[in-house]
Design a protein around this ligand. Structure first.
Ligand SMILES: [Zn+2]
Ligand SMILES: [Zn+2]
Length: 248
């Protein structure tokens, strides 16, 4: 039987796939019944939403209420206007994000986009961006992994927010080594000249960058600089998670 269409059987492809490969909670692995939300309520409750007061730049929680910026953004000011990360990079989330990125868990994209919409949708809509631009990966990496998780997330978010997605607006020219192996200064250096504007006919003025995790901020910053130099007026970002205790 072919699964790529609503075939002679009359069974909807989506239902059939769900029956063959039932959805599992991204956090505890429990099998979810058809039609249930992807994550079980207990696991969802364990996720830590980034609470105010937020850094006015990157959006992470700041410890002293009288401060406006986190130490990182105060030390190295950023070029993007504002970030809207959703969860602390803690608990069971890192594993789920790892599976989303490396273990072909493409189905998590819709779930995580809904999480972003639930917690940050109001603010993101108020920005009225012209377009959503996912942080790109190098074409070789996309080919070997089969997809770019930020692009899948951006696509789902585009549907939630009714903002068009421009998956090739930015491209990654240099196949950089994984950032986590580098210190902050090397991260910035590593990403200098890594991105450029792709071939396209539109020029976006107000852009929402989308990535899965904001760690040092070096990636979002490098993308922002390229977008601004290409005529963008304001760049924002959203991510599923933000790390604490990183600098930059
Ligand atoms: Zn669970
Ligand atoms: Zn900050």
């Amino acid at each position: 039987m072919r699964f790529d269409e609503k075939g002679e059987s009359g069974i909807d492809k989506k239902i059939l796939l769900e029956l063959l490969y039932p959805a599992k909670c991204p956090f505890c692995g429990e099998v979810r019944s058809y039609g249930e939300p992807m994550a079980c309520p207990d696991c969802l409750k364990e996720l830590k939403v980034v609470e105010p007061p937020h850094c006015l730049t990157c959006g992470k929680t700041i410890d002293q209420e009288e401060e406006e910026y986190c130490q990182d953004c105060a030390t190295i000011p950023k070029s993007f206007r504002r970030g809207y990360p959703v969860y602390e990079y803690a608990g069971e989330l890192p594993k789920a994000l790892y599976d989303f990125k490396y273990h072909n868990q493409r189905g998590y994209a819709a779930f995580f986009a809904e999480c972003i919409d639930r917690h940050r949708g109001k603010q993101l809509r108020a920005l009225q961006p012209d377009g959503i631009v996912p942080v790109p990966v190098h074409r070789k990496k996309k080919k070997s992994r089969g997809y770019n998780q930020a692009e899948l997330l951006g696509r789902e978010l585009s549907g939630c927010l009714s903002v068009p997605l421009y998956p090739d607006y930015l491209i990654r020219e240099v196949n950089t080594p994984p950032q986590k192996e580098l210190n902050d200064i090397l991260r910035m250096k590593n990403l200098k000249n890594a991105f450029k504007i792709g071939e396209n006919t539109v020029q976006l003025k107000k852009i929402l960058l989308v990535d899965d995790i904001y760690t040092s901020g070096a990636t979002i910053e490098a993308c922002t600089k390229v977008l601004l130099s290409a005529g963008a007026k304001a760049v924002y970002y959203t991510s599923i998670a933000i790390g604490r205790g990183y600098s930059g």
